[in-house]
Each structure stands twice: as C-alpha cells, then as structure tokens.
Design a protein around this ligand. Structure first.
Ligand code: BJW
Ligand code: ZN
Length: 233
C-alpha cells in the first residue's frame, strides 16, 4: 500500500450495511422472499410494475434517510493518498459521492434517477412520490422506470470501460462488501490480478473471490477500512 501508485476499490451492498441499507443476499438480505434475478429484471417490471415500484419506493425512502458510514469516509481518505484512485461501485445509493469521494464509477446506475421507458424523459423523485399509482410519462404515457441496471441489461458503457481500465492498471485492488457473484462487476478483481495487482478482500464472510484474494480482511468495512487508513497514516 505504501509503494502503490494506483488503487481501485470495488464496493457492494455490504459497505452501506452499517448505514442501514439492507444487503441483497444472505440472511439479512432484502430479497429473502424474492430472488434478485426474479425481481430486478425488465420482464418482471412489465409484468408487475406495481410490485417493482413498491420495492423501489421503499428503498428510495430508506436511502433518503441515512448517512455515509466510517467505511465510506475511509475510502475518501484513501483517495487523497494516491495519484490514481477510483471507486467502482455496484451500489445505487449515492453514498460514496455524499461522503466526498471524487472519482466514482456507478456500474448499476443510481436509484435517484427515473426515466420513461418509451421516450427517455427524466423525472425527479418528487413526481414519483406524488402518485400512488405506477408513474407514467406526461409526454408519451410510457411507463417510468428507476434508473438502475437490471439483470440482462448492459452496464453503462462509459462507467464499465473506465472501471475495466482502472482495474487493469491497479497496483492494489480492493473488493469490499460484495458477494462477488454478479457479473461483469465480479470479473474486475480477476482482471486486476491478471495484470499484477495485489487483491484485497474486506468482508465478514467468505465469497467465491476469497480463494484467489491475496489478503482477506475478515470483518465489517466500517471497522477495517478506518483501521487501514490509520495504519497507513
Ligand atoms: C459486509 C458487511 C459489512 C455485510 N461490511 N461487508 C450466468 C453466469 C454468469 C453471468 C450470468 C449468467 N447468467 C446471467 C448472467 C449475467 C448477470 C449475472 O451476473 N448473473 C449472476 C447472478 C448469475 N449479470 C447481468 O445481467 C448484468 N448485465 C450483463 O451481464 O449485461 C450483459 C448481458 C446483456 C444481455 C443478456 C445477458 C448479459 C447486469 C447485472 C445487474 C445487477 N443489478 C442489481 C440490481 C441493481 C438495481 C438495484 O439496486 O435495485 O445490482 S442485482 C444486485 O446484485 C445489485 C447489486 O449491485 C448486485 C451485487 O450485489 P452485492 O453488492 O454484492 O450485494 P450482496 O447482498 O450480494 O452482498 C453483500 C455482501 O456484503 C455479502 O458478501 C456480505 O457478507 C457483505 N457484508 N455486511 C462489509 N458491514
Ligand atoms: Zn415518455
């Protein structure tokens, strides 16, 4: 870490768990009743937009009421220490930017965005919450959807390309608070490792990545990352 020039931190739902955002999988997971693959896809939305909107409105409300935690702030501190630094997040909660991280790539979109599936017109959350029924576009009557990336959808090309490039040239690559099962995000640590990076995983539980990680720091990111920053300072 002391000699590294380029550091990349990939984050998942676990980094926001200590802020009070439920994770997707596992015992405390949001989707205990529904498999993520069943709900977070376009066909499920078309079949049952009421259910999918109920789920996103619930999460928008949670996210609006919470704050970044020491894990997010430790990543802000790390960014100040390196010439090249990137946060690549699978989270849609905007907490890295709110904490003060500058170079953030959002692979799965942002839950604060909403847009019409027919004409692309964007809508703020106030419009979404002003209607009890499924929100529709005032220009073309198309369904409005959340601005996130569902299964089977392409990731935003600019965010993905920049993340892949950052992973390829990283000296140290962190995988923090992700179950490391959703692709293509889960391929980034492998890309980094193939290009010579030291791969460090931070998670209270093991994942499919643990076996190939060079270091596994077992525990909560809100505790481990601040300790790491202190040790570096
Ligand atoms: C803590 C902690 C603490 C707890 N501190 N840690 C077969 C094989 C391979 C791939 C595929 C396949 N079939 C289909 C695919 C592709 C598919 C995929 O990967 N599927 C696999 C699941 C099998 N991927 C896609 O479809 C992607 N697109 C794509 O591939 O495009 C190309 C394509 C186009 C057309 C056709 C086919 C391919 C898109 C993926 C989009 C994922 N979207 C979601 C929803 C986003 C919107 C929303 O938020 O609602 O993204 S799903 C959900 O999972 C969300 C997350 O970002 C993502 C990852 O979850 P994450 O962050 O890892 O959370 P958890 O809950 O799983 O884990 C939390 C972790 O934290 C745990 O490990 C805990 O232990 C830990 N933790 N407390 C630190 N305090
Ligand atoms: Zn429209």
């Amino acid at each position: 870490m002391k000699s590294a020039k380029s550091v990349v931190v990939l984050t998942g739902a676990g980094i926001s768990a200590e802020s009070g955002v439920p994770t997707f999988r596992g015992n405390e997971g949001l989707w205990k009743k529904f498999k993520p693959e069943e709900l977070a896809n376009f066909d499920a939305f078309i079949k049952n937009p009421e259910l999918v909107w109920e789920w996103y409105k619930y999460r928008k409300q949670i996210i609006a009421g919470i704050q970044p935690n020491p894990g997010h702030y430790a990543i802000v501190e790390l960014e100040k220490m390196y010439e090249k630094f990137a946060v690549v997040t699978q989270n849609v909660d905007n907490l890295h930017r709110r904490a003060g991280s500058k170079n953030v790539y959002e692979l799965h979109g942002n839950i604060q965005r909403n847009y019409c599936i027919e004409c692309g017109k964007e809508y703020p959350d106030e419009i979404i919450f002003s209607k009890a029924e499924v929100p529709r576009c005032d220009a073309c009557a198309g369904l409005i959807r959340p601005g996130v990336v569902w299964f089977g959808e392409m990731l935003p090309a600019d965010q993905w390309n920049a993340s892949e490039e950052a992973a390829s040239s990283a000296d140290v690559f962190f995988s923090v608070g992700t179950s490391a099962v959703v692709y293509p995000a889960a391929s980034l640590p492998y890309i980094a490792k193939r290009n010579g990076a030291l791969v460090v995983e931070v998670n209270p539980e093991t994942t499919p990545l643990t076996d190939i990680a060079d270091e596994f720091l077992m525990g909560k990111s809100g505790e481990i990352l601040p300790e790491l920053v202190n040790a570096l300072k």
